[in-house]
Design a binder for this molecule. Sequence first.
Ligand code: SF4
Length: 273
Amino acid sequence: MTKTKIEWTDATWNPVTGCSKISTGCAHCYAEAMARRLRAMGVGKYANGFEPTLHEGALGEPLGWGRPRSIFVCSMADLFHDGVPFGFIDRVMATVRLTPRHRYQILTKRARRMALYFSGREVPGNVWLGVTVEAPSEAGRIDWLRQIPAGVRFLSCEPLVEDPGPLDLTGIDWVIVGGESGSRARPMRPEWVRGLLAQADGRGIAFFFKQWGAWGPDGVRRGKKRNGMALDGKIIQATPGPAARGLGGIGRQGLAAPKGLAHWDGQPGGDDG
Ligand code: SF4
């Protein structure tokens, strides 16, 4: 198990590493920088650097983790990257099904490919599916997500680099928001975050404000820790309640193929790993 500093999960599992950039949120990809660093350090798993790489030897790792935990799948990749065959994703899901004690959180920017994958397969009951929406241009990912019968569907609006404006949050159970970190970080404005909070509150959706990142709500650049995680003086870090998760170990039964998949061309529609 790899412990993580990511606030909304307990552990990470990387049966795939490596990816390629697909939208503006990828500009300063943490996973890319980390993969290159690990390769330079001689860590065998990262011998290919940031090239998408399948790790058969990692497929069974969660089987040995006894205590139930929330596991972020592919923090160093995007599980639905074109370089990951559906047959390999089936093997990831086989491990998921064998470990109902764990909750698996899968986040992608390849929302359309994720919808295609699940159009013919049941979503395991212990899987939460999410898409990244870092800018309004990527809001279409939510449409793909809501067509997948997952017990919990979530949005990661991180790094939020533009005002997302009004979003259709129908069928969404959780919204996570965070600003960008690092030397080239782009600022996130407090009104964007308040706007998302109001939309989530209006629908009774759990809202999790992770952090400001490199730029504070006052528009001043300073350390990420100093900017903190308070929005208008409050820490707001809710997670979906039992009602959203109320499917136990049984996945929702499959729906018809997602709208538009008849025109699927195999190319990502613009979409974290
Ligand atoms: S999809 Fe995620 S892992 Fe892939 S390049 Fe973009 S930010 Fe990095």
